[in-house]
Design a protein around this ligand. Sequence first.
Ligand SMILES: Nc1ncnc2c1ncn2[C@@H]1O[C@H](COP(=O)(O)OS(=O)(=O)O)[C@@H](OP(=O)(O)O)[C@H]1O
Ligand SMILES: Nc1ncnc2c1ncn2[C@@H]1O[C@H](COP(=O)(O)OP(=O)(O)O)[C@@H](O)[C@H]1O
Length: 200
Amino acid sequence: MEGPTMLTKQHYRVSKAMRQNKNNHKSCVLWLTGLSGSGKSTVADALDKYFYENEIKSYVLDGDNIRLGLNKNLGFSSADRTENIRRVGEVSKLFVDAGTISIAAFISPFMDDRNEVRRLFGEGEFIEVYIKCPIDICEKRDPKGLYKKAREGILQEFTGISSPYEEPNDSEVVVQTDKYSIEESVQMIVEYLMKKKIIK
Ligand SMILES: Nc1ncnc2c1ncn2[C@@H]1O[C@H](COP(=O)(O)OS(=O)(=O)O)[C@@H](OP(=O)(O)O)[C@H]1O
Ligand SMILES: Nc1ncnc2c1ncn2[C@@H]1O[C@H](COP(=O)(O)OP(=O)(O)O)[C@@H](O)[C@H]1O
């Protein structure tokens, strides 16, 4: 039994390994971190489509979408961002247990939060993908007009402007979206998964 609430971990007969065997690929989380406008959702979508077309089970967890549902009670203070990432880490773990590749696309600006999520997973299951793009290019792209609002002071605590982004320094994959096309970025991630024998 665990903790003061007297919880007992329940074990089920269909294991993660059995599910992975049936799927013909391993499961993992691809944790996409980067500034707003860096290309997380765009790369996540292209990856998900590649997996779908190649019979690989995947599902995208996207910051905006998760914040419209599961995490609708959270804002953008540091504490709320930490809680947002903690919950998404736990949800990703469920997907990985279910034999699926979780594509998590979150700014996840704090290194400690990302590392806490990493600790939830077994060796090689957590793959950090840094979607790297200089902030001036993200701001030029401004796909949702949020940088403009942040500059005007309408939007508070905006990442890169009035809230920090702690750059990763040991990501498994770094994708520079100002230098490579969406297709090249997907290819780079797929090659990493093949090299690690997660997919065939
Ligand atoms: N203040 C502030 N700072 C950053 N982002 C903001 C903010 N307010 C709203 N948005 C919108 O929320 C999306 C980021 O949500 P995340 O869950 O990925 O953020 S975090 O990981 O908790 O930092 C982010 O999506 P992306 O642009 O795709 O990154 C924005 O659409
Ligand atoms: N190589 C690239 N990779 C990803 N996005 C790119 C690239 N080049 C241009 N873009 C554009 O940049 C924008 C990125 O927006 P988005 O994917 O919503 O970023 P994020 O989810 O990180 O906020 C999109 O309008 C996309 O079309």
